[in-house]
Design a binder for this molecule. Structure first.
Ligand SMILES: C[S@@+](CC[C@H](N)C(=O)[O-])C[C@H]1O[C@@H](n2cnc3c(N)ncnc32)[C@H](O)[C@@H]1O
Length: 312
């Protein structure tokens, strides 16, 4: 049974790689592998020995999922989002809101979460070029299970159970009251975003997945970056991301020599924001990352058997 699961996973990893090649993502020394050797059960591994500074992944700018590409690829969804943002601003303005309640948990900076969810759902529905990649997305942690089950912010039993799971699996040292506050905010925010954007209950799972994969490109633009989003987090990363403006590519380069079969990592941590939103609490509820993964020094480096792509 286990062998069958890994064979199926290997074929889905291959499908992902075929998709990468078809959209121009170059992976000269990297491969997505589903394996228990990865810190997260699936991760990106070196397919050959790599020297410091070598480029292991190159990603064209036009493959990124962000608001600018989405406006070109899904203009009708973008149009709806603009209208929704106007409705949101009216509701938040005291002058223009004689009736109705202000949104308390969905801040302007959270609106992208619902918008990305709709871009992804619409991509799957129209089977556009992002669809094969989005189909590969996974997230499995206590917060995601709450989203998937559409737990209401008032469902005390489910929330208490989730807090206990987060504490046990991800945050053994965190105060349960703080975990509760973080969970509560996210459930209430999702409830408001669902109402504002007209999201269905069945969309909550995509919501949880997409918010765990998006990053800030550094200028406030949020994006999910194909292939980069398959790389797991470490506080001792062996890859970094740089922008090649001339060729409109993102380059992932080795920050030190990497051996064939080693798992490759980036740091999801923003050095400047260690104590606030990128702290362990935020990482656990937003990203599904355990507190242990935020510790330095790094645990043992994993390595995996790299399978050659299956040919038909
Ligand atoms: C952006 S994805 C990374 C790729 C992911 N492993 C996959 O297969 O799609 C983020 C998810 O990976 C997992 N993850 C990333 N880094 C991790 C780590 N150091 N330890 C445990 N899980 C990790 C968490 O489940 C998180 O929700």
């Amino acid at each position: 049974m286990k062998t069958l699961i890994y064979l199926l996973a290997a074929s889905s990893d291959s499908i992902f790689h075929d998709w990468c090649s078809s959209v121009g993502i170059e992976t000269p020394a990297a491969r997505l592998v589903t394996t228990p050797e990865s810190v997260a059960g699936r991760g990106v591994f070196a397919t050959e020995d790599v020297e410091e500074g070598d480029t292991v992944i190159r990603i064209p700018h036009d493959t990124l999922l962000h608001e600018y590409n989405a406006a070109v690829i899904l203009p009708e969804v973008t149009k709806k989002h603009k209208k929704t943002r106007r409705r949101y601003s009216r509701r938040q303005s005291r002058l223009l809101r004689p009736f109705g309640k202000k949104y308390e948990f969905a801040e302007p900076s959270d609106l992208w979460q619902a918008e990305f969810t709709q871009y992804c759902l619409s991509s799957l529905e129209s089977n556009n070029f992002w669809a094969p990649w989005i189909q590969q997305w996974q997230r499995d942690d206590p917060m995601q299970r709450l989203f998937e089950r559409n737990v209401s912010p008032d469902d005390e039993n489910s929330i208490i159970k989730c807090i206990a799971e987060i504490k046990k699996d991800l945050l053994p040292n965190e105060d349960p009251l703080k975990i509760r506050a973080a969970v509560d905010i996210r459930l209430r925010r999702l409830a408001e975003l669902k109402e504002l954007y007209g999201l269905a209950d069945s969309d909550s799972s995509m919501y949880g997945t997409v918010i765990s994969r998006a990053i800030d490109l550094g200028d406030g633009t949020l994006a999910v970056i194909p292939m980069f989003d398959m790389v797991n987090h470490s506080m001792n990363p062996n890859l970094n991301l740089s922008i090649d403006f001339e060729h409109e590519m993102l380059d992932m380069k080795a920050t030190r020599p990497i051996k064939k079969g080693e798992e490759m990592f980036v740091s999801y941590h923003d050095e400047e924001n260690q104590d606030n939103e990128f702290g362990s609490l935020w990482s656990a509820v937003q990203w599904g990352i355990p507190e242990a993964a935020l510790q330095i020094p790094e645990p043992q480096i994993a390595s995996a058997q790299i399978r050659e792509p299956q040919t038909a």
